[in-house]
Design a protein around this ligand. Structure first.
Ligand SMILES: [Zn+2]
Length: 594
């Protein structure tokens, strides 16, 4: 209306069409809010320039490392939701009041230590005290302001695994009530050079630290301590230390954490070795025993004491959910779309049109969060998380832009930016329990955590290779690019269980989770491996995970074109990819009703 008025009133006064256009542009904001300005949107969708432009904003110091609950979260949520809207997505979440919007509320509990605790380990030679963060890490999953363990006996439980289906129980014959479990990281055949039921060098879920604490809780242990070793943990102590300074988050559990041990934590390798020496136990020999079936837990004749004073706050953080609604299978163009059928949220959709698959969803996901403020290195205390996972967030936005630019697919395409991944995959865990789209209607999911920023590669790696038919789809997409797929080169890192796809897989949704290839066009496998190792050693979860002048997103953009082809192909078709017969997630798919 204001434009019409302007045209009529001003046309005669303006010298030409250009001036008119300028005038209209200048006047328009007085009526409607300005379209959000995204410099990245000046570039072609999914281009290296567009990706880098998003990363530069999301990983800037202004965003303070994107920790949930901080101003960095507010800025990040604002950025992603505006970008989704500008890309042409519709809001895909409902809030707790049932209103449709961009944000899925995830109520979490944040526990912050009031002061640095001290770990005391007592032996026949007296007591030794250890310093928080540098020598040990500890927290409680209990929603209690004060937990305490006093002179609790230490029991070495090997890998802390109870796997009835493998006839393996490291807790056999030991009552852990009132005691502290001392646990090895990874699983028994990681160093054995052969598969003894735990995937050989590949890590199984039994090797993950999250499992160790869950099992210690099932054993009613008073405390659980994991011994840090860099190789089997797959990361240095600095990674554990980096999360000692900030709040620990969890979803709000029904029992408020009461079923968990009083405390959970890690000790560094020096403290562990000193403790075994003081106990006159041969660590290497015990570890070798723990790697064999029939291992029995060993009382260390040492005790430990620890008290944790925790400030507890319930806070809400947010997943961001956007959707490009599917067009009907028989009415493929947006112009012919029946209003109210193709763009409503699940639950309200009835497949009234033959061939309509708009109530079926293909998901893309990436976690938006990172660590926020972290222990300073060279005066820098912002863990910017440029690679981890500003790149994945940028990819999510650009995939949405690319999809919307191409027009609606037959099925709906959903784009989810998960929160609190770094706190234990909590946004995805919340989604698992409260899915925005029914799992049985979700065709597949493609999760992104770290996009190649080092330049083009001849290959891409599949993390969790062999799990599902998603392997075949990405192989085809790469073949079309003249590239190839490789299985995960470091399955011992257990990466398949270490990002949000785990909780989507637990819903039974076949997931594709790739990582950058190592066979670089410039420098080959040698350079690719060296760059990966350097990132883990120097930048992973450190303030130096920042954009540097060496960054080259051209390989990442190519990777994302392949991921786009997989998702788009599924969204335009009617296939339902399957889990392989050997997959541990196949049963969950059947249970979902699909
Ligand atoms: Zn990540």
């Amino acid at each position: 209306m204001i434009i019409r008025h302007l045209l009529a009133a001003s046309a005669a006064l303006l010298a030409g069409a250009c001036a008119l256009a300028d005038r209209l542009q200048a006047e328009a904001p007085t009526q409607a809010p300005a379209a959000p300005a995204f410099p990245a949107f000046a570039h072609a969708p999914l281009s290296p320039e567009a990706l880098l432009a998003h990363v530069n904003v999301l990983a800037s110091d202004e965003f303070e490392g994107r920790a949930p609950g901080t101003n960095g979260e507010r800025l990040t949520l604002d950025y992603i939701s505006r970008a989704f809207a500008a890309a042409g997505l519709s809001p895909g979440a409902r809030n707790s009041a049932g209103e449709r919007g961009w944000f899925q509320e995830a109520p979490l509990v944040a526990a912050t230590l009031e002061s640095a605790p001290t770990l005391t380990i007592n032996g026949r030679d007296g007591a030794r005290q250890y310093a928080y963060a540098t020598q040990f890490s500890a927290w409680t999953k209990r929603i209690e302001p004060h937990v305490q363990v006093t002179n609790a006996p230490l029991v070495f439980v090997g890998y802390g695994i109870n796997a009835p289906e493998l006839n393996w129980n490291d807790y056999e014959g030991v009552d852990m009530r009132g005691k502290i479990a001392v646990i090895l990281i990874n699983d028994p055949d990681f160093e054995a050079g052969e598969d003894r039921g735990f995937g050989g060098r590949a890590m199984t879920y039994y090797g993950r630290w999250t499992y160790k604490f869950e099992e210690a809780a099932r054993q009613h242990a008073a405390g659980a301590i994991i011994i840090h070793e860099t190789a089997p943990a797959a990361y240095p102590w600095a990674v554990i230390q980096s999360s000692t300074g900030s709040a620990r988050w969890d979803i709000v559990r029904a029992d408020r954490g009461a079923s968990r041990a009083n405390f959970e934590g890690w000790i560094n390798n020096d403290v562990a070795m000193e403790t075994f020496r003081r106990a006159r136990l041969d660590f290497a020999e015990l570890k070798a025993r723990a790697q064999r079936r029939g291992f029995r837990a060993v009382r260390m004749n040492m005790t430990a004491s620890l008290a944790l004073d925790t400030r507890i706050e319930q806070r809400t953080t947010y997943n961001v959910v956007g959707v490009l609604p599917g067009a009907s299978g028989v009415i493929a163009s947006a112009a012919n779309r029946i209003p109210g059928v193709s763009d409503v949220l699940p639950g309200a959709v009835t497949a009234a049109i033959p061939g309509d698959r708009s109530d079926e969803y293909v998901l893309y996901s990436a976690h938006w969060d990172h660590l926020g403020r972290c222990p300073a290195i060279d005066g820098d205390d912002i863990c910017n998380g440029a690679l981890d996972n500003a790149t994945g967030t940028a990819a999510l936005i650009e995939l949405a832009r690319r999809a919307a630019a191409e027009g609606r697919a037959r099925r709906s395409m959903a784009f989810i930016a998960f929160t609190a991944e770094e706190q234990g995959l909590l946004g995805a865990l919340y989604y698992r329990d409260n899915p925005a789209f029914p799992a049985r209607n979700t065709v597949a999911a493609i999760n992104m955590d770290g996009i190649n920023s080092a330049g083009p590669t001849h290959d891409m790696e599949i993390v969790g290779h062999g799990q599902s038919e998603m392997d075949d789809l990405i192989a085809q997409a790469l073949a079309a690019q003249g590239r190839r797929v490789e299985p995960d080169s470091t399955p011992e890192h257990g990466s398949f269980y270490r990002s949000d796809q785990l909780h989507l897989a637990q819903l039974g949704i076949p997931v594709l989770y790739t990582s950058n290839g190592v066979d670089m066009v410039n420098g080959g496998v040698e350079r690719g491996r060296a760059l990966n190792e350097a990132y883990i050693a120097n930048n992973y979860h450190k303030p130096s995970d920042e954009v540097t002048p060496e960054w080259d997103m051209s390989g990442g953009a190519q990777d994302l074109e392949a991921l786009y082809a997989v998702g788009r192909g599924l969204a335009d078709g009617d296939a339902w990819p399957q889990w392989r017969a050997s997959s541990e997630f196949r049963a969950a798919r059947a249970a979902s009703g699909r």
